[in-house]
Design a protein around this ligand. Structure first.
Ligand code: UD1
Ligand code: CA
Length: 480
């Protein structure tokens, strides 16, 4: 039980995420924070990091430009939203949160376009701000190129002082200040009551005529409040995205982090810089990934697998020892252990490839189960099909699953043999152990262990070809 007078009660802590801006410098019709790196919108990375520190119900995403689109894109995370109908600057954005934050003691402000921030750094900033009882703490860094960022004007030259005098935006830098290498990350911690006591003092006397949140550093300082800087351990963590080039650079950083993590876990990746692997992908040890492979979404791959170049796997689940040869496109499906795929196969959603099954070149599956040990090795389409174990599907087999209006199912029993160039007009059932002669058009069910042949009988006309040759020769002689 905590008594109402307990001074040591944990402060109520919220996180606000700035995500209302347009992102003019991207020259895009989509809002900046929905541009993706590592397969996720920028703002989703920020929300995920924030969610590792506080409950989603204590996170407020400030939306404005194309607000509805942004809301929808991140609705699954369960965070709250605050509207900034007109985007009059970062200070104006935080002003909109006054009501939402009334119930909190502290707020940490994150930028929707600073996506590589780590949960540990958020927690460190919160704890530092709390311990030092500062009105505002700014997360800072010294990246190799500070151009474009707001710079930190320190209060004292003393090296052990972390007091800040002001933040000066790039466009307003005095010549001497252009030398400052310490930048504002756009990430801050505030005492909520102090923040809103002074926020009305923000003005728009700057090149963009916007309310800059950064001006609060100087305002609080002049009012005698404590404003501190906390340096990020890793400056790459606070890099922002304002341009397409920065978007690509940050995506590359995420990809390098991911491949390094996988390799440390026992996965071989050749030419890792050529591979595109999303953050949530999991891979077991001794799996070998060739160059130019893309592993996307929630893909999980077992151990001892091999994924060759130019294969793209999206939301796939692969068991141990699976081989995916070159150029396969696989999505939203399951492949059981020791199966062999490709080269050049297309596994479309809701396929289930059984243990040890083979899916060869130019074979497409969709909503299809291929049982254990079954083979479809060449030039085949299997849609809406349920295929048992140890079935041989000959080259060029097609399930005709669509009648122009509805989809129908093809069922093939264990041990059946489907000859090459068979068309299976669904709905149709080929029972266990049946044998379908090549080039058959199967429109009716085939009983177990039966032979089905459904093609025109062959006719041989003796001497026909020779007679034709002779006739053509006579005609040619007549003409000359
Ligand atoms: C901002 C900081 C700068 C810092 C940099 C770090 C200001 C004035 N400057 O500059 O000191 O070095 O971030 O990356 O804050 N936004 C809103 N509503 C608005 C305007 C912006 O929600 O009215 C959001 C944007 O969507 C973005 C974030 O705030 O996510 C930052 O805005 P942006 O315009 O990118 O600021 P910078 O110029 O990068
Ligand atoms: Ca920015």
């Amino acid at each position: 039980m905590t008594s109402p007078n307990t001074v040591s009660a944990t402060p109520r802590f919220a996180i606000a995420i700035l995500a209302a801006g347009k992102g003019t410098r991207l020259k895009s019709k989509a809002p900046k924070v929905l541009h993706q790196i590592g397969g996720l919108p920028l703002v989703a990375h920020v929300i995920r990091a924030a969610s590792a520190v506080v409950a989603a119900s204590d996170i407020y995403c400030i939306v404005g430009h194309q607000a509805e689109q942004v809301r929808q894109a991140v609705s699954g995370y369960g965070v709250g939203f605050v509207e900034q109908p007109e985007q009059l600057g970062t200070g104006h954005a935080i002003l909109q949160c006054r009501q939402a934050l009334a119930a909190y003691d502290e707020v940490l402000v994150l930028s929707g376009d600073v996506p590589l921030i780590r949960p540990e750094t958020i927690a460190r900033l919160r704890d530092f701000q709390r311990a030092r009882r500062a009105a505002m703490t700014i997360l800072t860094a010294a990246p190799p190129d500070p151009f474009g960022y707001g710079r930190i004007v320190r209060g004292s030259a003393a090296s052990d002082s972390d007091e800040v005098e002001a933040i000066v935006e790039q466009k307003s830098l005095a010549p001497a200040q252009a030398e400052i290498g310490e930048i504002n990350s756009g990430i801050y911690a505030f005492q909520v009551d102090t923040l809103y006591r002074y926020i009305d003092r923000l003005g728009t006397d700057n090149p963009h005529h916007e309310f800059y949140l950064t001006d609060l550093a100087g305002i609080l300082r002049r009012a005698g409040e404590t404003v501190l800087a906390l340096k990020a351990a890793d400056s790459s963590e606070v890099l922002g995205v304002n341009t397409r080039a920065e978007l690509a650079a940050l995506d590359a950083i995420l990809r390098v982090r991911k491949t390094a993590q996988l390799m440390a876990g026992g996965v071989t990746i050749f030419q890792p810089e050529s591979c595109v692997i999303d953050p949530d992908v999991e891979i077991g040890p001794d799996t070998v990934i060739g160059p130019f492979v893309q592993l996307l979404g929630s893909t999980t791959i077992g151990g001892d697998c091999r994924i060759d170049s130019f294969s793209v796997l999206t939301n796939m689940r692969l068991g141990d020892g699976v081989t995916v040869r070159h150029g396969c496109i696989l999505e939203d499906s399951v492949v059981e252990r020791a199966a062999m795929l490709g080269p050049y196969c297309h596994i479309r959603p809701a396929s289930h490839i059984g243990e040890g099954a083979h899916v060869g070149n130019f074979v497409e599956t969709k909503k299809t189960t291929l049982g254990r040990g079954s083979k479809a090795n060449h030039l085949t389409y299997l849609g809406d099909a349920e295929i048992g174990e140890d079935v041989n599907v000959g080259a060029g087999t097609i399930t005709c699953n669509y009648d122009g209006v509805n989809k129908h199912k093809t069922v093939i029993g264990d041990g059946a043999f489907i000859g090459s160039d068979t068309t299976l007009v669904a709905p149709v059932y080929v029972a266990e152990g049946a044998y379908v002669g090549a080039a058959s058009c199967i429109t009716e069910d085939v009983p177990a262990d039966a032979l089905a042949v459904a093609r025109g009988p062959q006719v041989n006309k003796a001497g026909w070809a020779r007679k034709r040759r002779e006739k053509l020769k006579r005609e040619a002689e007549k003409r000359s």
